[in-house]
Design a binder for this molecule. Sequence first.
Ligand code: 5GP
Ligand code: MN
Length: 324
Amino acid sequence: MDTAVLDLIRRSRRVLAICHVSPDGDAIGSLLGLGWALKAMDKEVTLACADPVPVFYRYLPGQGEIVRRPEGMFDLVISLDCSDKERLGDAYREEYHALPLLNIDHHVTNQYFGTANLVDPEAASTAEIVFLLLDELGLPIDPPMAQCLLTGIVTDTRGFRTVSSTPRVLAIANRLMAAGASLPEIVGRTLDRRPLAMIRLWGQALPGAQLRGKILWAEITEAMRAEAGLTTVDDGGLVNFLLTAEEAEVAVVFSEKNGGQEVEVSFRARPGWDVAQVALSLGGGGHMLASGATVRGKLAEVREGVLALLEESLAAQERARRER
Ligand code: 5GP
Ligand code: MN
């Protein structure tokens, strides 16, 4: 592992760690796992996320300490699970620009924006990279760290179902369970749990799902969310569910937000395709098989534009495959 990374951590006293906006299980899990570890190293630690911790991650030890807007002085900022600096949102303030920034991430679209970059696109989750970092620092894993880090791994692999679920991932999961993490609790709290309102929202969105070639897409309007009684923009895993359709190679969910001025786009693909580049070209990012972006514009307009781009990209990928 890069000694610059280890030196940054060893030399720091007051650390601010930040995960991405609209946090998922890997964002919160890697943030808290690292937070517990830094405390065990006797550092002063502030943990931040520009958006609130989603309710289903509130079982994680230490989550109540995560702040929206950090205050105070720091000598190191650590970014977790962010492919670009914008993903830090306004938890990353103007005055931190002079501080060293350690970028820990696993997105293939990572922009290497840190002073030091611990980026591994082969890793299934940022939590896994944090685990390897703690191993390198020789820090023993205690039960709270283990529970947080295993949450990151389990949520980003959807319970070890993704192509990123390598033997290394399972070996690390094994060590985290041996250190005190509970796999059934994590699965029960995250993957196997959603509000009834979310199921009703799916009920509204699913009849409108349409197949366009190999792309299965659906949309969630603000009116549907209001009807279901939901305030958060996340789709509760709808895009993953759509990709279970036999006819689909790629699934997309368009979610209207910010009073109809913006659309959150979520892409998923079966192995063999790449949806990271389309997301990147829209100003977002992610992985080959799971990516996303926020696009300005009206829902129907954005949907037609994005589907056209996506069709073009898939056709180019197909041509490239035939020529190989
Ligand atoms: P999801 O569809 O679950 O929101 O996101 C899938 C993947 O795409 C995640 O790895 C997430 O970090 C990434 N992603 C989603 N939205 C954005 C975005 O607006 N910007 C960037 N850089 N990545 C995104
Ligand atoms: Mn992640």
